[in-house]
Design a protein around this ligand. Structure first.
Ligand SMILES: Nc1ncnc2c1ncn2[C@@H]1O[C@H](COP(=O)(O)OP(=O)(O)OP(=O)(O)O)[C@@H](O)[C@H]1O
Length: 204
């Protein structure tokens, strides 16, 4: 099943951000969102993840199929690394956290309270979480932030494995992961703000 956006417009804090974004993401494929800071990549990804509704347009193939990794990693600080993954596995009804621990070399940190991890270690845990969701569509917002070069390689490997298994990935990233991906440039979709055409009149 494809993820399909048809003329989707999104707003942040009530302000229109992006207008009429259409895309299709097929199983096994990756798509990278590009655009300058503030254009609305995070807002669009949050909308696809179901965290906020679109202002206009339709999204198909996302419901119950998306695993989202955003800036806040969704980590429970008072649970250990292993407990965090086991918690998410139970939430998503999957079993086994071994592969997720191994993919990001988290075995040695399994007993550590997640709140005590470094930024990069937290990000590795947040990305490992995707693997226990069992969800086919990964929606990733700047997934490599805080990762060192080696961990970026682990992430790229995890995405490749996910795509090879028929999953898909939609991500906002500024770095080249060496993964074959289509690119959607969002600069041409900047929402036009309503004109303040009666600005002076407001002071009359
Ligand atoms: N919580 C918020 N409330 C109101 N406006 C916000 C909020 N968060 C972001 N914005 C604004 O919404 C617009 C889109 O922001 P968004 O984070 O989606 O952009 P982005 O393309 O992901 O940016 P970046 O590349 O810097 O991460 C920006 O103008 C931003 O200032």
């Amino acid at each position: 099943m494809e993820l399909i956006l048809d003329r989707v417009s999104v707003a942040r804090g009530g302000v229109p951000v992006l207008a009429e974004v259409s895309l299709r993401l097929a199983p096994g494929r990756a798509l990278v969102l590009r655009g300058p800071n503030g254009i609305g990549k995070t807002t669009l990804l949050r909308t696809i993840a179901g965290l906020q509704p679109p202002v206009a347009g339709t999204i198909a193939g996302a419901e119950e199929r998306v695993a989202y990794a955003g800036h806040a990693d969704g980590i429970k600080p008072t649970l250990t690394v292993a407990e965090n993954l086991a918690f998410w596995a139970s939430v998503f009804g999957t079993e086994g956290i071994g592969a997720a621990l191994a993919a990001y070399q988290l075995e040695v940190l399994g007993w550590r309270m997640a709140g005590t991890l470094s930024a990069g270690q937290k990000r590795r845990l947040g990305l490992a979480r995707l693997l226990v969701t069992g969800r086919p569509v990964w929606v990733l917002d700047e997934p490599t932030v805080s990762l060192d070069a080696e961990a970026v390689g682990w992430f790229a490997g995890a995405v490749r494995t996910h795509l090879a298994a028929g999953g898909s990935a939609l991500m906002a990233t500024h770095i080249d992961l060496g993964i074959e991906a289509e690119v959607l440039e969002l600069s041409g979709h900047r929402a036009v703000l309503p004109a303040l055409d009666d600005f002076d009149g407001a002071f009359a």
